[in-house]
Design a protein around this ligand. Structure first.
Ligand code: 3HC
Length: 293
């Protein structure tokens, strides 16, 4: 399969990161957002990343302009008609995913690959939105935050995904300069199945005052060589996201280690969603953080 044109549906944090990486890898990229304001915000995030790279001397003015020519914005699904691969990165709601894939089913060519960047929903549950002939080309491509920095992508296969699709997706991930691991279409795939109970356990430790938030983070950062401590990372991922992933995993496996602790529920209920809302386990001022539990 010759992949040249990439469509990204949703230009939030994940979608803009995927679009940025695809443009940097030389693909022609079409980013679709729900309206002009969201589109402008998403495209500005990508241009901002390229501006910062230029300021650091990592891109010349010409290279930045060339990257810009690989990036196209749209608010219509019809503009994605010529795409060989589309990655959906809309919010984690199955109704939105189903609507998106039904629209893609209408406009894409018969050989197009269809991927979701879901981190917690079942890929196979998207199938009813698609014509039967497309199911062999449906898969998950689970990127990690921040997308431009994190070198892993989980390639998620359903029982219907065919070998040609998996090979094409592995080649796509390699062209982005990232490493693919193959994961089954099971809740949490591989990484979140292991990561989430660890982060929830750290929250329980903070809740039980085993140590301060700072000391739990410093312990795991310096004691285990992790780039961020678990409570810092939870704030970074977003506590609402943490809670919804925990709910999916707990419902699937029923094990207490997947259960969202009460401190997480309380923080989310109070609107303290982590770094994006200005506070969570920490109070955030830009990159600066102060313990806030
Ligand atoms: N977007 C783009 N680039 C970023 C970035 C961002 N949000 N944050 C940092 N960077 C870049 C910087 O520009 C810098 O690039 P340079 O070397 O070219 O100058 C480089 O990353 C290093 O950044 P910093 O020196 O500022 O900071 P750190 O060295 O502390 O790295 C970090 C920041 C990469 C975020 C690192 O702390 C890290 O790896 N943290 C763990 C992240 C992680 O575990 N992510 C997975 C979350 S789980 C997930 O996504 C799954 C989901 O389903 C829940």
């Amino acid at each position: 399969m010759d992949i040249q044109h990439i469509g990204i549906v949703g230009c939030g944090l994940m979608g803009s990161g995927i679009a940025q990486c695809a443009a940097e890898a030389g693909y022609q990229v079409w980013v679709k957002e729900a309206d002009e304001a969201l589109l402008a915000k998403g495209l500005a995030r990508i241009q901002g990343a390229w501006e910062r790279a230029a300021v650091k001397g990592k891109l010349t003015g010409d290279q930045k302009a060339e990257l810009g020519r690989h990036l196209n914005g749209t608010t219509t699904f019809a503009a994605l008609a010529g795409c060989d691969l589309v990655v959906e990165a809309v919010p984690e709601r199955m109704d939105l995913k189903l609507q998106t894939f039904a629209e893609l089913d209408r406009v894409l060519g018969p050989g197009a690959l269809l991927c979701t960047n879901t981190s917690s929903l079942s890929v196979a549950q998207i199938s009813p939105a698609l014509s039967p002939h497309r199911l062999a080309r449906l898969a998950g491509l689970h990127f990690f935050n921040p997308v431009p920095v994190m070198p892993l992508v989980e390639v998620v296969r359903t029982l219907a995904t065919d070998e040609d699709t998996l090979a094409a997706l592995r080649a796509f991930v390699a062209k982005l300069g990232k490493t693919a691991v193959l994961a089954p279409d099971a809740p949490g795939f591989v990484v979140n199945r292991l990561l989430v109970p660890y982060l929830l356990d750290a929250m329980r430790c903070a809740e039980q005052k085993l140590a301060t938030v700072e000391d739990i983070d410093t312990g795991m950062k310096l004691g285990c060589g992790h780039p961020m401590g678990p409570l810092h990372l939870s704030d970074f991922i977003g506590l609402d996201t943490m809670q919804s992933v925990a709910e999916v995993l707990f419902e699937a496996f029923g094990e207490p280690r997947f259960k969202a602790p009460s401190v997480l529920r309380q923080l989310v209920a109070a609107g303290r969603l982590g770094r994006k809302s200005g506070s969570g386990f920490y109070r955030w001022e830009g990159e600066k953080r102060q313990e806030a539990l």
